[in-house]
Design a protein around this ligand. Sequence first.
Ligand code: NAD
Length: 428
Amino acid sequence: MSITKIAAESTEDSQKEVLNVFQSTQSVIKEALKKMNYSDEIYELLKEPLRMLTVRIPVKMDDSSVKVFTGYRSQHNDSVGPTKGGVRFHPLVSEEEVKALSIWMTLKCGIANLPYGGGKGGIICDPQKMSFGELERLSRGYVRAISQIVGPTKDIPAPDVYTNSQIMAWMMDEYSHIREFDSPGFITGKPLILGGSYGRETATAQGVIICIKEALKKKEIRLRDARVVIQGFGNAGSFLAKFLHEEGAKVIGISDAFGGITDTNGLDIPYLLERRDSFGNITGLFEKTITNQELLEMKCDILVPAAVSNQITVENARRIQAPIIVEAANGPTTIEATKILTKRGILLVPDILASAGGVTVSYFEWVQNNQGYYWTEAEVLEKLQTVMVNSFDNVFRVALQHKVDMRFAAYMVGIKCVAEASTFRGWV
Ligand code: NAD
């Protein structure tokens, strides 16, 4: 029997939709803990981050005015090891979202068996409207504001939406100045010359394509015959499109924040990669575009949301035509939509598994920084392959064993690690 059929029998189709990613995460944690017979105390520990810092960052703008930005750093749980997670620059960053993202990082690290807990950061800003100099001052100001609670053995940031290796370089430089010693292990996703790792820039996409291959095996579809739609053409989406194109799959739809472009014969990926801007925008080059909603509902073999949260909801879940969804983005599908998709026999590989390639190679980067000894790209990719395939197999097995969908199984795997570590430490 297929995993999705089994899961459909065990889930209920609910019409009540929770778009607040923090609340919906808490509810799945509660359910997963109950299924594994853990005590209510563990839920009390895991339902909120252990630490959440809100900071206000004054930045001198290019016109000499001062703008004060709000930023966050959430550290969900450090029982397994130091917390780890990206920093997002986006106008819609919120405290609740950052908290949820840090919980997902705890689960992701558990699934990939990394010695970390989950952290996350964000600043409410619109980087597309800021100059290079303003972004540098904001990045440095953020590090000064959170410096007390972060560090190579405490909490290690990384890139996320609208942040990149240049921003990581500024942050690392600022931290090293504050501590008065070179601290490459403070942050990952750095440029190679500053202690970055081979393979980090492409790691999330590499991890996603490994999951795609594993999911295709379950549905007996060959990658070369697959038609893929990708929402988002930033770090995750654009490298994924490149790798799929190189492996002979057809990428028939791609979008950015402003809309999507399609070609049923396969889009010209090398051309799009050459023309995309540093924020992953591409549709401005085309006259004929579709909406992001239309893109998500396209007929294809694999749909990869690789942009923002809450894209597949009860509103559109019944109209999704892809038999496989692999989530590169964090939180693109609501819990209620997951139930609908599962009932419809769609195989959904959840974010906390599919996008774990990024944090896995961030871990490799941190290990190399701590050792001061650097690996080849081939070594990094081989190690990543092992982690991703083992993680996929483990989650798939747990899903079959407990007759649940892969998202729920991924929560169970991730929660088990943090619950066990917290118990051994005597916290609960
Ligand atoms: P990015 O900033 O490089 O790119 C974001 C892309 O999403 C851009 O193409 C942008 O135009 C598009 N976008 C923004 N808002 C949109 C909207 N409302 N509708 C449709 N498209 C929109 O970001 P990224 O690093 O590629 O991250 C994308 C997703 O993957 C995020 O959810 C992120 O948390 C997740 N993720 C990233 C990494 C990583 O290492 N970069 C790791 C794990 C998970």
